[in-house]
Write a protein that binds this ligand. Structure first.
Ligand SMILES: [Zn+2]
Length: 239
């Protein structure tokens, strides 16, 4: 098990508002505090995530974007792009890949973070599978090779080689991030997604701490010792 190094620039491909916070907000808050620039690419607007009989999709999408912006502010994330796909409606289309490639070529991340599309131990939400796979494909080969989406080159966006993809929610994590210093801010950022909380914020904090503690227990030993951890599967590309 290897500790993750801090990149200069990190881009997250997030299927729904709140997935970034539950998946890797501890790592993001730590990196931002140490100088990393972070871009959130939020793929869907989360407009189906409610059981409230009086809620509409339009209103929920607005609420969830606001919650996402508040969570980002807490973490210190500098930049976000909301692609605005409907919740549950994400497809692995040419257009979606073009949008991800465009952000990679514009923002030039060293690291891209996404959800592991190949999780088999539990059912993986369709938007999670689609966004994870499209993120990997966008890094390699589409953003790397200039003749893909060549119209972007004419707009001044040059090809870009992403060095590393970190996948959260993986069955086979092989790198770890010690989030002992940022677990509280992670809990607070997650609690900003009020529309998605079925429990009070204190219970959410306990739940997220328990989850981070179990991650730490899983990886402690192999040259690693921490109380709270986020864990990822790392995929490296030659640069
Ligand atoms: Zn989700």
């Amino acid at each position: 098990m290897e500790l993750i190094e801090r990149p200069d620039r990190a881009m997250l491909v997030i299927p729904h508002p709140d997935d970034g916070e539950s998946g890797c907000a501890g790592t993001i808050a730590k990196w931002v505090a140490e100088g990393t620039r972070v871009l959130y690419v939020v793929c869907t607007n989360g407009d189906k995530g409610t059981s409230d009989p009086g809620m509409t999709r339009e209103r929920l999408a607005e609420i969830r974007e606001r919650e996402q912006r508040e969570a980002m502010k807490l973490l210190g994330v500098q930049e976000a792009v909301f692609l605005g796909y409907g919740d549950g409606e994400l497809e692995d289309t040419w257009q979606f890949r073009e949008q991800l490639v465009r952000q990679i070529r514009r923002f030039k991340p060293d690291v891209v973070l996404a959800i592991d599309p190949h999780r088999t131990a539990m059912h993986n939400h369709r938007d999670h599978r689609v966004s994870g796979q499209a993120a990997l494909d966008a890094c390699y080969p589409y953003a790397r090779d200039r003749l893909h989406f060549q119209e972007q080159e004419r707009e001044g966006l040059e090809s870009w080689k992403v060095g590393t993809v970190l996948l959260w929610g993986s069955d086979h994590p092989d790198v770890v991030s010690d989030i002992g210093g940022t677990i509280d801010i992670k809990a607070k950022a997650l609690a900003r997604h009020e529309s998605q909380l079925s429990r009070d914020p204190n219970e959410v904090a306990e739940w997220i701490k328990g989850w981070a503690r179990r991650n730490a227990e899983r990886v402690n030993g192999n040259g690693v010792s921490c109380e709270y951890a986020e864990i990822f599967r790392k995929i490296s590309f030659r640069r």
